[in-house]
Design a protein around this ligand. Structure first.
Ligand code: AMP
Length: 578
């Protein structure tokens, strides 16, 4: 496919905010794409050069883009900066400056060139990257240049999430969304939409079934639903396994001989950060190949007690790694086993997987099994819960004994029961920042005083607002927040955002924050859960806990569905109190 053709589609996608329309446009694009082009097209529309778990950083910032543009267009840098001030987007500047002569690069050629730029390293990298980008810009038309720059700069802003791509793929073959479950299963197992799309296109939907769990390829993680209390757990699961809920980093560990790779909850590779866990896996796991999951927590080797999350958090950084490993050593509390010596275990029951895992771990400091209690007695569960809380833990996890590992799914196979604070919702809500209001009073000098925050509407693949939040940050954090948000400002409401309120500044939905609130109320000014003229749902007295949840993607935010359940549960709890 010619890159110019892909650009036609990107322009069409840009012109709509309706999800169904986007799905149809994507379906046409996927239909027209050749077998070779489908994966690169999917990566490019998501502003990437590969799957999210193996990111190839473009390494193209605005300064480099400006320099390359100067070279390609023969204009001086000041003129370019001036144009940028006017348009606020290097894509548009490029379109203005580069001639519109017909050019003939293909999608594959542009993709390869961007990859070449991204992987350039060593001495003189910046100069080489600039030259290569300038050369690429010289080979495309103005309209194409707009996207050649927007993609690496992360400014495409099409609002296409994974669900929309998956539905587009289904539509491309059947004209409806009936194939989405098979596509989604394959994606959940391999976490690579490009790969899934390629197999789907070349071999058909049935071939997707052969995608299975593989070492080195992170599996999208299973997630938990909530319970109100111990009885609720017993009603749903009957006899089940109760474990402590540890508050650290979810780790999915892939072991292949001496090579160990670790992936975070959002499938980013964290191997370099957690060298002590990797070492523990090498020395304590009695298996050649394995994929296991657990929670990594910092602990005090003197007392053998776990530290609170704030301390464990210190390990989430990219510098002083060795010092951190000594100061805050980590332990992996392992709770699940997905794969062992050539065998995919995800189809087996939880109890069997856990028992095999326990056998696999040699005694040692770094890796330990998550102990559990098998019971169907609500009183016993309650006791376990109280012990966990007293021990400074977050609560408990109940697991259905015969449940298979359901990649990427949140359901009642795992149920979390978290500590509740009186007068607070028993759970925190993870929201996505979609805009901010300029401060009044004291905060006016920061130019930011409150955030407009949304939750994820998984059905619509949109973000619907739930709170305006101005409490919980320190002055320094407000300033930091503004520094983070300004580069992702958008002129209008982002295509994936649903809102009644208009903040002073809209931003791209990218950052997730954790909020505590007193309760959920109905509100006409928020769109979470809003249907027709009915009011939506809002958080009462919301306050931020901590800072940005770097471990969560916007789609990992609390969903509208979860908010509705929390609202329902709250209603019942209130009625019980009376
Ligand atoms: P939440 O992030 O509140 O939805 O809770 C789910 C998270 O709890 C998982 O992603 C894990 O990181 C963490 N977790 C802590 N202890 C356990 C456990 N025993 N089993 C499963 N997940 C656990």
């Amino acid at each position: 496919m010619r890159f110019a053709k892909l650009v036609d589609y990107l322009a069409k996608l840009e012109a709509t905010t309706k999800r169904l329309e986007m799905t149809h446009i994507l379906a046409d694009l996927f239909k027209e794409a050749s077998e070779e082009d489908i994966a690169p097209i999917i990566y490019l529309t998501q502003e990437r050069l590969g799957p999210a778990f193996a990111p190839i950083d473009f390494g193209i910032g605005e300064a480099l883009a400006a320099e390359a543009l100067a070279k390609a267009s023969g204009k001086d840098k000041d003129a370019i900066k001036k144009l940028y001030k006017q348009h606020g987007d290097y894509g548009l500047v490029a379109e203005k400056l580069i001639s519109d002569d017909a050019k003939k690069l293909t999608v594959a050629q542009v993709f390869e060139r961007l990859k070449q730029i991204a992987t350039t390293s060593g001495e003189g990298t910046v100069a080489t990257k600039t030259d290569l980008l300038a050369e690429l810009l010289g080979k495309v038309s103005g309209r194409e240049a707009r996207y050649v720059l927007r993609i690496p700069l992360g400014r495409l802003r099409l609002g296409i999430g994974d669900p929309t791509v998956m539905e587009g793929l289904s539509w491309s073959k059947t004209g409806d969304k009936t194939l989405r479950p098979q596509i989604e299963r394959a994606y959940n197992v391999c976490s690579d939409l490009g790969k899934v799309a390629h197999i789907f296109k070349t071999e058909g939907v049935d071939a997707l079934a052969k995608i299975s769990v593989a070492v080195g390829n992170p599996v999208r993680m299973a997630l938990a639903e909530r319970a109100k209390n111990a009885e609720d757990i017993v009603t749903r699961l009957g006899k089940c396994a109760i474990e402590s809920k540890f508050d650290g980093f979810r780790c999915q560990v892939h072991k292949q001989g001496a090579s160990v790779r670790i992936f975070s909850r959002n499938l980013e590779e964290t191997t370099a950060m957690f060298t002590d866990i990797a070492e523990g896996i090498r020395t304590q796991i009695r298996a050649q190949t394995a994929i296991l999951e657990g929670e990594a927590l910092s602990y005090d080797p003197e007392t053998d007690e776990f530290h609170p999350f704030q301390v464990t958090m210190q390990r989430k950084r990219k510098y002083d790694l060795e010092e951190m490993t000594v100061k805050f050593p980590l332990r992996l509390v392992a709770f699940d086993l997905l794969y062992l010596d050539g065998k995919d275990l995800t189809g087996e029951g939880y109890a069997a997987r856990h028992a095999t895992l326990a056998q696999l771990i040699a005694p040692g400091e770094r890796v330990q099994i998550a102990q559990h209690l098998v019971t169907q007695d609500a009183k016993e569960i309650e006791k376990y819960f109280m012990q966990a809380i007293t021990g400074g833990l977050e609560g408990i996890m109940a697991k259905r004994l015969d449940s298979r590992y359901q990649a990427g799914a949140r359901n009642f196979n795992w149920i979390k029961l978290k500590r509740s604070y009186q007068g607070h919702l028993s759970d925190t809500v993870d929201g996505v920042v979609v805009g901010y209001l300029r401060g009044r009073g004291m905060r006016a000098r920061f130019g930011i005083g409150a955030l407009l925050v949304a939750v994820y509407d998984a059905k619509q693949d949109k973000f619907a607002t739930i709170a305006k939040i101005g409490t919980g940050f320190s002055d320094a954090e407000w300033l930091q927040m503004r520094e983070l948000l300004d580069p992702i400002k958008t002129e209008h409401r982002h295509a994936r955002v649903d809102a009644v309120l208009a903040p002073d500044v809209w931003v791209e939905p990218r950052y997730v924050i954790e909020m505590q609130a007193d309760e959920i109320t109905r509100s006409p000014i928020h769109t979470a859960g809003k249907i027709g003229d009915e009011p939506g749902y809002a958080l009462r007295f919301p306050r931020v806990k901590g800072f940005i949840r770097a471990d969560k993607k916007p789609e990992d935010a609390t969903t509208v569905g979860e908010i509705l359940k929390m609202f329902e549960k709250q209603g019942k709890a209130m009625r019980n109190d009376k």
